[in-house]
Design a binder for this molecule. Structure first.
Ligand SMILES: [Zn+2]
Length: 485
């Protein structure tokens, strides 16, 4: 009997959640029918969402209300949906270069506009809750794909002083709604790991603190429970890739301030997922997580979820590099020593759709056990060898465009001296970029013909990996390229 009681206790939350789990699976399977196709990369701008908002105005399910304008006069809108008693407020992209959740919000609008086998759930959510959305809080930042607004202010540090019009709009909207739940939607560094388990933190959650002591109260506890249900549901799609965000109290931040005002706040941070540069899979996970949370709020199933679901998730940690070469033999001062080499790849500023460039940098060298790479290569038996410098300096764009990089790499040349003004091409271009000799993997451009590569932190990597005196790979910028002989 005791055992039966125990069994019942442990199964109860699962039984209560079965609806959410099957709803999430359905959403996962038919997601494509809701995905907003006109939004397909992180560099979306205000101009991309305006026609979609205009479309919602003509849909009787939605009420669209203009809230005000950004510094550069871009309109901010509140989109209302549903007639229920429980109010849920969601706002996205207060950091201009964090667009993942904005894309998911428009998928959610499509979900609620649809008429299909999920009608019953859809109607239940709209009957029990009223949803308020403020997509793209920082459209001026989004326009140039930067975190801060055009005053160079981090809006998430302007919740107290309120000098930016976007921050004032967010605060006034929040105060006027007095919502029960709030979703604060962001993107985080793609190199965050889930504790020390070396997996990328694809989604990190936080129920923000409302004071320095990080105390718990009923409202914060409610956020913890709701996050618990999202963790339970999303683990099936991204097992081991969910972490917790730091709960240090920050009175200048909106999430913390709103939690203090008595709304249950859920922070969702979209991180990284391998080979998902434009975060289209993570967007889908956002979509599923938020809709499942709405259903759980409508059903009140989250109330049954133990706080431990949230508490037991590891914190975000910093144990990942973009590329980790393990155990490379390096000849230094007449000795051959084994080294791990960590490389990070950073996007260079660009506001034009997918056409950004990337620059690889050596971040660390030595014994890097305890760290992992999102891409990783065991280089045991491989020796690092320098490349040669091209004997002639390239002076014009046309000359550069005519260079056959593959041929140079085959000849052992990894460095190309160029005039100073051509140095800005010294990046890895996206394959869609037609310029620079159509090459996805350009060799490293240098200024001096007498250049000599040194393996050190801060350098842009360019070297060969040899096996028994035969070049097997070339490491250029942030890529390892296999060489055919
Ligand atoms: Zn953010």
């Amino acid at each position: 009997m005791k055992f039966l009681y125990f069994l019942l206790l442990t199964l109860l939350p699962v039984i209560g959640m079965s609806q959410e789990i099957s709803f999430a699976r359905n959403l996962y399977n038919v997601y494509e029918s809701y995905r907003e196709p006109s939004l397909n990369c992180r560099r979306i701008k205000h101009g991309n969402i305006l026609p979609l908002i205009e479309k919602l105005r003509h849909n009787s399910k939605f009420v669209v209300h203009k809230l005000g304008e950004s510094v550069e006069k871009r309109e901010l809108f509140l989109i209302k949906l549903g007639t229920g008693k429980t109010k849920i407020f969601l706002w996205s992209q207060m950091h201009g270069d964090e667009a993942t959740a904005t894309m998911a919000l428009f998928d959610i609008f499509n979900f609620f506009s649809a008429n299909d086998f999920l009608n019953e759930t859809r109607e239940k959510i709209l009957r029990e809750t009223t949803l308020y959305f403020l997509p793209m809080v920082n459209p001026d930042g989004a326009e140039v794909f930067q975190r801060r607004n055009i005053f160079e202010i981090d809006l998430n540090r302007d919740a107290s002083r309120l000098v930016s019009p976007e921050a004032v709009i967010l605060m006034n909207t929040f105060d006027s709604l007095n919502a029960d739940f709030g979703f604060n939607l962001h993107d985080q560094n793609t190199r965050y790991s889930v504790g020390r388990n070396y997996k990328q933190a694809t989604i990190s959650f936080l129920a923000p603190a409302f004071n320095d002591k990080k105390e718990m109260n009923e409202k914060r506890e409610r956020a913890v429970k709701l996050i618990g249900i999202m963790i339970e549901v999303l683990q099936q799609f991204i097992p081991g890739h969910i972490a917790k965000y730091s709960d240090d109290y920050e009175p200048r931040a909106f999430g913390d301030t709103f939690q203090k005002k008595g709304t249950s706040i859920i922070l969702i941070e979209s991180g990284g997922w391998k080979d998902d540069t434009e975060k289209q899979f993570i967007r889908k996970i956002n979509f599923i997580g938020m809709l499942t949370a709405f259903l759980s709020i409508a059903d009140k199933t989250y109330m049954e979820i133990p706080a431990d679901n949230y508490e037991s998730i590891p914190m975000n940690d910093n144990h990942l590099f973009d590329l980790l070469l393990k155990n490379v033999s390096v000849e230094m001062k007449g000795r051959s020593i084994p080294l791990d080499i960590a490389i990070n790849i950073n996007e260079q500023k660009s506001d034009s759709e997918k056409k950004f460039t990337t620059l690889g940098t050596i971040e660390d060298i030595g014994d890097l056990s305890g760290f992992n790479g999102i891409e990783e290569m065991d280089c045991t038996g491989l020796t690092l060898k320098d490349g040669k410098v091209y004997p002639k300096k390239i002076e014009t764009n046309n000359e550069l465009a005519a260079i056959n990089f593959q041929k140079l790499i085959d000849e052992g040349i990894l460095f190309l001296p160029v005039e100073k003004e051509l140095l800005s091409y010294n990046r890895q271009h996206d394959s869609s970029e037609g310029s620079f000799g159509q090459s996805k993997f350009p060799i490293r451009l240098v200024e001096a013909t007498g250049f000599h590569f040194q393996l050190k932190i801060g350098e842009q990597p360019a070297f060969y990996l040899f096996k028994n005196d035969i070049p097997k790979y070339v490491v250029l910028n942030g890529s390892v390229i296999g060489l055919k002989r």
